[in-house]
Design a protein around this ligand. Structure first.
Ligand SMILES: Nc1ncnc2c1ncn2[C@@H]1O[C@H](COP(=O)(O)OP(=O)(O)OP(=O)(O)O)[C@@H](O)[C@H]1O
Ligand SMILES: [Mg+2]
Length: 248
């Protein structure tokens, strides 16, 4: 992210949702984004996911400055490389839960992909929704819809997964299962995860935490333990020598 900014509206309704945000996310990192309501987290995640265009700055992925991609290229980049789990699950209500999960893989249209249904069912099992596979997606609970959206976000084995409050609607057991799923697939497939959350403690050990405050970003390299921590927040003394990113 290079000097990203986003301004919504004009005149009296003008809102600076992102203000000169620069940071890097490295391949395979598990990164959290935290910040109060309205601070700019969803705006930032949508920029990273090429779902919203910045008013300034650019998003560079694998050396490609995405500012200059055509709409078609952007769409195919998004479909092939990015998995997006939205803050509100936005499932297609005409389809069943299983059909929703299969859809991104069908759109990607890999030839001879006979495993779509098996893989979708495996993901539904992992999020505890096997029994709802054939339910219409407008006939399940909010938390179930959220878990279906997580399965849908992972079906293409995307190299970058962006998730906006994926556990926001879930009880602690479901949250735990979903986080375990995300962390284990991240490790197994060397995926990069960027996850917005209001409860970073749920995630245990992560690589970095990015804080958004009034549209400005700052970061901590490691999530520090809450229990027993004394004194100031940043700059942990664990001496683990991690290779962190840079915030300018
Ligand atoms: N489409 C939009 N048009 C105008 N203003 C917007 C729009 N989307 C977001 N904003 C404003 O931009 C700021 C950041 O919003 P954003 O949705 O990124 O916050 P957030 O950190 O995700 O909040 P929450 O935790 O409540 O989801 C807010 O002041 C919001 O009102
Ligand atoms: Mg949000």
């Amino acid at each position: 992210m290079r000097n990203l900014s986003k301004v919504y509206g004009h005149g009296e309704s003008r809102v600076v949702a992102l203000d000169d945000a620069s940071f890097e996310v490295h391949r395979g990192e598990f990164v959290l984004i935290v910040g109060s309501s309205g601070s700019g987290k969803t705006t930032l995640l949508h920029m990273i996911g090429l779902l919203n265009t910045p008013t300034g700055g650019s998003v560079v992925i694998d050396g490609t400055d995405t500012t200059w991609l055509s709409n078609n290229k952007t769409a195919s980049f998004r479909n092939r490389r990015l998995g997006f789990i939205a803050q509100f699950s936005n499932l297609l209500t005409d389809l069943t839960v299983l059909e929703n999960v299969m859809l991104p893989r069908q759109i990607a249209g890999r030839r001879g992909d006979g495993r779509i249904k098996d893989d979708a069912m495996a993901l539904l099992r992992a999020v505890g929704l096997e029994a709802q596979a054939d339910s219409r997606s407008n006939q399940i609970s909010g938390g179930q819809a959220q878990r279906a959206a997580i399965a849908r976000g992972l079906i293409n084995n995307p190299s970058i997964v962006l998730a906006d409050e994926p556990t926001g609607n879930l009880d602690s057991v479901s949250s735990y299962n979903v986080i375990e799923l995300m962390k284990s697939t991240a490790k197994r497939l060397e995926q990069t995860f960027v996850v917005v959350t209001h409860d970073p403690g749920q995630f245990g050990d992560v690589d970095r935490v990015i804080t958004v405050h009034d549209g400005r970003v700052s970061e901590r390299r490691k999530l520090e333990p809450v229990v027993g921590s004394i004194g100031s927040g940043s700059g942990s003394g664990s001496g683990s020598g991690s290779s962190g990113g840079v915030v300018r």
